[in-house]
Design a protein around this ligand. Sequence first.
Ligand code: F6P
Length: 352
Amino acid sequence: MRIGILTGGGDCPGLNAVIRAVVLTAELRHGDEVIGYLDGWKGVLDDVSVPLDVVRCRDILALGGTILGTSRTNPFKIEDGPERVRANLMNGGVDALVAVGGEDTLGVAQRLGDHGVSAVGIPKTIDNDLSGTEVTFGFDTAVQIATEAIDRLRTTAESHHRVIVCEVMGRNVGWIATHAGIAGGAAEILVPEVPFDVEAVCERLQRRHRGGQFSSIVVVSEGAVPAARHDADPSPAVTSNTPGAPVDQFGHARLGGIGAWLAEEIERRTGFEARVTILGHIQRGGTPSAFDRVLATRFGVAAVGAVHDGDYGMMVALQCGEIVRIPIADAVAQSKTVDRDLYGAVADVFLG
Ligand code: F6P
């Protein structure tokens, strides 16, 4: 077979591991030929690809980013986009496409099925917001990076008796915040799923101080919103903290800024000295954790298996430790939000 592969959306650690797994499995197990489209769906639209083989994939397992590049191009926002994708795949003799991405990239793969494109999906994202899979690769590394940052922030916060607000990524879900916050022993974990009351946050910080804890780490998701603002407008757009920032071709606003606002509010309301650290793209860069390398490798092997079974429109997923196939449509139907039991239990016992 001739298989195409692309990586779309925000990059994450483990993308090169998954490319390597697809190429090695396709070539060594099945004698397939693999080409890589550059910069996500843009590469398929513009018909820009590179040959991929075992030699090209040497030494990329631990490499961050993606050797194929990525973009947030949406063929459905471009005139004749789906037809161009289909024509380019056909003219290039590509039998099947492996799309590696999050809800946007995989949503396109699923819709292209109706336009005659044979695609299999692989889930990736640091946000961990895809349904149907317990975890996406990239998430574990992002949590590890955020946890290490919190550990470092804690020692300087303690020295100066400060509150440090640490803003993490995750878009409209609080998986990174919840896991890194638990692992880093944060005093507060604020997630988009649960609008927060800034006055209540300040009261809890004051109670900690009265109890002899003169420093606190507050982890806040970039998409978290104060309850007052949420009640005024509960639409997702309200989570955009950068007024006027452009939205991408999938309609996502650029998030960020809630941490700075919160640190200022905490200082103003409590009198405690407060600082903010925005982790930003540091969470997405660099080498993948061992867990993400293994998961990406397992996903890559399984995706080639799905291609050879002709199981198109499916995404490989992790369920109960096993790699399974689920319809891409199920994975992208709705975001996987933070487990309320986990968040609730942590909030009851460990926060404040
Ligand atoms: O979806 C991954 C992610 O890193 C989100 O957590 C974040 O909101 C967004 O991408 C940032 O996108 P960009 O790299 O375009 O700024």
